[in-house]
Design a protein around this ligand. Structure first.
Ligand code: ADP
Ligand code: S3P
Length: 168
């Protein structure tokens, strides 16, 4: 089994930022599954969804997950919000679920100076009511998939990274 640190959770909850802070603290390298996919096909996520459909994107996530399992060690992996469904998640490393309420997540995104851009690049955030539904569907699944849940709401990235680092 691979010994990576895997961060899962809803869109915009802070997986990427937390991964970068953890990498800084531990000296590990960090990779992001969305970035790997965009590099592989040289296309932005938004275009993959629009031109090839969500099912194709989920196949690419599975391909990345197989590669991580067999070739990547001692790495902090931030994931897309639906990556936890790949099937071999548990074999990739220790899985931390970053938790916040959906309103906390949507408020943080909408208050960001580049909110428009941040929403535009996420196909599943285009309709906020559907995003809330998706959150409700996924919440129990994130919890089931994770080895550990970390509450991020109202906490700084530093505090969240420190809690995860203390579990390592
Ligand atoms: N430099 C920053 N300062 C403050 N907030 C930020 C910054 N970068 C991202 N954010 C906000 O933090 C949240 C998490 O971003 P990110 O780590 O990209 O989430 P994820 O990887 O889980 O999709 C988003 O709401 C985003 O708008
Ligand atoms: O929740 C999802 O299914 C998705 C989340 C996105 O990643 P972030 O969690 O980094 O926004 C990205 O993988 C894609 O738009 C689908």
């Amino acid at each position: 089994m691979a010994d990576n640190i895997i961060l899962i959770g809803f869109m915009g909850v802070g997986k990427g930022r937390t991964a970068r802070e953890l990498a800084r603290r531990t000296g590990f390298v960090t990779v992001d599954t969305d970035d790997l996919i965009e590099t592989m096909v040289k296309k932005k996520i938004r275009r993959i969804f629009a031109e090839e459909g969500e099912a194709r994107f989920r196949e690419l996530e599975k391909q990345v997950a197989r590669w991580l399992e067999h070739h990547v060690q001692q790495t902090i992996v931030s994931t897309g919000g639906g990556f936890f469904m790949v099937g071999n998640l548990q074999r990739l490393g220790r899985v931390f679920y970053l938790h916040s309420s959906v309103e906390g997540i949507l408020d943080a995104i909408s208050m960001h100076p580049k909110a428009k851009k941040k929403i535009k690049k996420r196909p599943l955030l285009q309709d906020l009511d559907r995003a809330r539904e998706l959150y409700c569907q996924r919440l129990p699944l994130y919890r089931r998939a994770a080895d550990r849940e970390i509450n991020v709401e109202g906490r700084t990235i530093d505090e969240v990274a420190a809690e995860i680092a203390s579990c390592l």
